[in-house]
Write a protein that binds this ligand. Structure first.
Ligand SMILES: Cc1ncc(COP(=O)(O)O)c(C=O)c1O
Length: 304
């Protein structure tokens, strides 16, 4: 296998030279937070574009601040380091980038009070993550973590056990993906994606106060719906049965991109197929991500 390079402790090094102890607190207790970023390959222009990298790194730095895992870089420096890493690995296809900040010490106490803060960034090719264009979804019996437990806004590594339990439950029952509700029964998000519905012609999505991750794809979708489709976009709480009555439901996320949800809890949504709003937003999203729309050129960070 070809040597893969990763960014670790301020340097780009071969992945097999990095050894992290089994005693590491980040590993034992999930004391960490992370990002997921995509870089899109544009074949005609032979260019790789990091998608909204600056915003992803700003979100990571905010998460690190909240969780007391400070890392000594600016968002700008992290963008530059990531571009260097992508070049070093000669990435020439759409790539997923994983920056992960964690507590590296081997102390047994799960405290956040020590100074051993580390950052690793690795990358790997990633195509269509969902594997399907239309998903069947079910509400999980697992409740989404709240801001006062383990703030989903910070993308904490430990929170993905909550995501994993939800996915396990519904995938074993034959669905494609899970949907979380909050303790008060509001629609929240998927295990790794935000949710939208089209209801009476408006695009509606849960607000940050319903314990969602404030997704960067979500923000992109809201912008494109307003600016390019002229739609009214509303952030408000959604109840479960409102989804059953929606014209369309879809997910958004870095890995999932934009993907239609055609069934929720065995109720067909709209026509039972990807609807026109989802289709248009998906097409626009891919145009933006590969720097085809000048207006959104600022979202694309050229690597080469
Ligand atoms: C729990 C959760 N919600 C939403 C998202 C979507 O966020 P983004 O669009 O920034 O990738 C993700 C993925 O990062 C996620 O893990």
């Amino acid at each position: 296998m070809e040597t893969m390079y990763i960014f670790y402790d301020g340097k780009i090094v071969p992945e097999n030279e990095v050894h992290i102890s089994v005693r590491c607190k980040g590993f034992n207790y999930g004391l960490g937070c992370f990002e997921g970023i995509r870089a899109y390959w544009d074949e005609p222009g032979k260019q790789l574009y990091g998608f909204r990298m600056q915003e992803h790194y700003e979100r990571l730095l905010q998460s690190c601040k909240t969780l007391y895992i400070p890392i000594p870089y600016t968002a700008d420096e992290l963008c530059r380091a990531t571009a260097e890493l992508l070049r070093k690995n000669q990435c020439r296809s759409t790539t997923y980038i994983r920056p992960l900040a964690f507590k590296g010490s081997n102390q047994i106490a799960p405290t956040l009070l020590d100074d051993d803060n580390r950052l690793v960034i690795y990358c790997q090719p990633m195509g269509n993550f969902a594997g399907k264009d239309e998903l069947r979804v079910a509400v999980t019996s697992w409740e989404r973590l709240s801001d006062n437990m383990l703030p989903p806004r910070t993308k904490p590594t430990a929170a993905y056990l909550n995501s994993g339990l939800a996915s396990l439950e519904v995938v074993r029952r034959g669905y494609d993906e899970a949907l979380f509700l909050t303790r008060s029964g509001h629609v929240c998000e998927g295990p790794g994606e935000n949710v939208f519905m089209v209801r009476k012609g408006k695009l509606v999505t849960p607000p940050p106060s319903d314990n969602i991750l404030e997704g960067i794809t979500r923000d992109t979708v809201m912008t494109l719906a307003r600016e390019e489709l002229g739609m009214e976009v509303v952030e408000r709480s959604i109840t479960r049965t409102e989804l059953y009555a929606a014209e369309e439901v879809f997910f958004s996320g870095t890995a999932m991109e934009v993907v239609a949800v055609v069934e929720v809890d065995d109720r067909t949504i709209g026509s039972g197929h990807q609807g026109p709003v989802c289709r248009q937003l998906k097409e626009l999203f891919f145009q933006v991500a590969t720097a085809k729309l000048k207006k959104y050129a600022g979202f694309c960070y050229p690597v080469y």
